[in-house]
Write a protein that binds this ligand. Sequence first.
Ligand SMILES: Cc1ncc(COP(=O)(O)O)c(C=O)c1O
Length: 439
Amino acid sequence: MEKQLATWQNFASTDAHSVGADLRSFASVETLINELRPAVPVHCVRPAPLQDAAQWFLRNFPGKVLYAVKCNPEPATLRYLTQAGITHFDVGSLNEMRLVRRVAPFAQLHFMHPVKNRAAIREAYFKFGVRDFVLDSREELQKIIEATNAATDLRLHVRLAIPRGVAQHELVSKFGALPALAIELLQAADKIAAKVGLCFHVGSQCLHPEAYRRGILLAAQVAKKSGVAIDILDIGGGFPAAYPGSTIPPLARYIEAIKAALVEIALPATTEVWCEPGRALVAEAGSLIVQVELRKGDALYINDGVYGSLFDAGILNNRYPVKLLRASGSEHKAAFKSFKLFGPTCDSIDVMRGPYVLPEDVVEGDWLEIGQLGAYCTSMRSQFNGLSGESITVEVWDEPLLRMPDYQPKTDRRVVRPDTVFNLNMLLQRREERETEMN
Ligand SMILES: Cc1ncc(COP(=O)(O)O)c(C=O)c1O
């Protein structure tokens, strides 16, 4: 079995044509287990749900869709998003820029992190052709001006702090200018930039569409008071993904709320609207297969954990769907029982409490598929204990453990085991079908 160390060097040094294109492909996770019997964690990328999500956003969002790379920088994921039509990327570092350039040389990069170091700004502007920069302080504005040699073609976006809402992971305590400062920054940016924008982030896994309306109304008030005609209104990420125990409104309701708010503020037709989804685009397309190394009562010790791909499951106590896999087949007759999972390091915070409901006869050597891990999973891995870095990434063509109703495909597209060329043809064919449907 070919093992792969998924590090940044690895991600960023692969050449443009092969990046993410050389993954082994399996018809289902069961086939994968039978063929690989993997002793290291396996990251499954499901191309079809990725494309469904990307195309849903491109069809329904009333503006430009930027993918937030931090959420999942895995090259095959970026490649499939690009094939589905995503051509704009919200990047937060030089490594993310290098990576996106390799996967999608013609994609547009937008540096949407409110705090950047000078060298990164300089390289972004002069080497990567980045023109969009976010700021939420006078100091950052000055830094951008100096690092770009007072460029006159900048698009400067002021990040506005919006009141804490109903998102599971708030971002407002770290970034965002309060209205008075945002007004001052907009006026200052307007004097030197080619275009100015306002942006905000409602927080990740936002559970109520109203949060976007409130953000849009506040942005409109700030813009009005500043006297600056903004060119771009960027409503950020935050769109939710489906997780066990979390009730989320259909994504269509978020789009309705956003559109209604844009009408309410009478946004001029010349103002572009952008969004930067991460989680909602990629969560359901990624899953993780781990192996049980020991069972102690209701505790399963597995080969990945909070220092690897399960940071959010452990530290944030997020819940994920789970399925038992055995080389002999996935049919289980045993009753179900709740388990907690321990990761492979020596640290006792390396625990995922779940609960994870599994057949009660789970034993050492079994595998578990943990679903909805396409977001904030691979990007969180560390090498702590020398245990967590090693993994394999593959493509899988069966259905994910959970699906957003909005993304459900109209036709059943379960396919027999495809090879890489077949995958690509199928994707192109599906894309053409979608385009015909849209026209
Ligand atoms: C600036 C910015 N944009 C977009 C995102 C993506 O957010 P989400 O994954 O909640 O859609 C984040 C996440 O932290 C972010 O910081």
